[in-house]
Write a protein that binds this ligand. Structure first.
Ligand code: URA
Length: 238
């Protein structure tokens, strides 16, 4: 959450009084004088001391195993949405999905009410990696691996950044692969394989940045990020 909002809410200050606290060097984050009111903080990760008082934030971070058929949105006229999978006790109005998985894609999705973190994780410049396991309708070859490493070009000329493709199993009729990309174009994985004349028949995200889909998290289930997982996201708090 933005540091200036935390101060205004918790210390019930006016905007002017909050700005004054910064000018008077009364805002200390992790032992350092903080001058940036817009910086993103979470008291689980940062020690926030303002005018001698320790402030506490209440943001939530859920790791969801998105099931097939559910849409990555807050509301949808037709289908169940990912935020509707969250139990009333864990629900927050500001909760939203970080990034988008297609309705027929399953796997790891981060839900949070820390909008600033979600926004930053999706910035192309940060190159947060996403790893997918995919089933493909035919043999995937060394030539495909080389083309992905070179940078796939979509129909229409859009060039993708180099991507790491690994073959897990392959036959004439189907393949299982793992693909790591560092961008998030619309339907990117499906379009990358289409550019090679192949079709994705199942797609599951297994990792995003430092977060890995836990093997024991069933589709439709979610859990809070552990302290260690949240610590690994600290570098993205700006
Ligand atoms: N790429 C796709 O094609 N679909 C997804 O849901 C995610 C990445």
């Amino acid at each position: 959450m933005r540091l200036d909002k935390v101060i205004e809410e918790q210390l019930q200050t006016t905007r002017k009084a909050m700005k004054r606290l910064f000018l008077m060097h009364k805002v200390i984050v992790d032992g350092q004088i903080e001058r940036n009111p817009a910086r993103n903080v979470d008291s689980q990760l940062h020690e926030i001391i303002v005018d001698g008082e320790r402030l506490v934030t209440q943001q939530v971070y859920y790791l969801l195993n998105k099931p097939f058929g559910v849409v990555t949105a807050k509301k949808d006229g037709q289908f169940q949405t990912v935020t509707e999978l969250v139990a009333p006790i864990d629900f927050r109005a500001e909760l939203y999905p970080v990034g988008r998985l297609d309705r027929d894609t399953t796997g790891l999705l981060l839900l949070t009410d820390n909008g600033q973190l979600g926004y930053d994780l999706l910035q192309p410049g940060l190159k947060v990696s996403k790893t997918y396991q995919a089933e493909i309708n035919e043999r995937v070859t060394e030539a495909d691996i080389a083309a992905f490493a070179e940078g796939i070009i979509f129909d229409g000329g859009i060039v993708c950044q180099p991507a790491k493709l690994k073959i897990l199993a392959t036959t004439e009729k189907s393949s299982k692969v793992e693909l790591t990309i560092q961008e998030g174009k619309f339907h990117q994985v499906k379009k990358m394989f289409l550019a090679r004349g192949k079709k994705v028949t199942a797609l599951k995200r297994v990792a995003m940045g430092p977060l890995v889909l836990p093997a024991d998290l069933a589709p439709g289930d979610y859990r809070k990020l552990t302290v260690q997982e949240l610590q690994q996201l600290k570098i993205y708090f700006r």
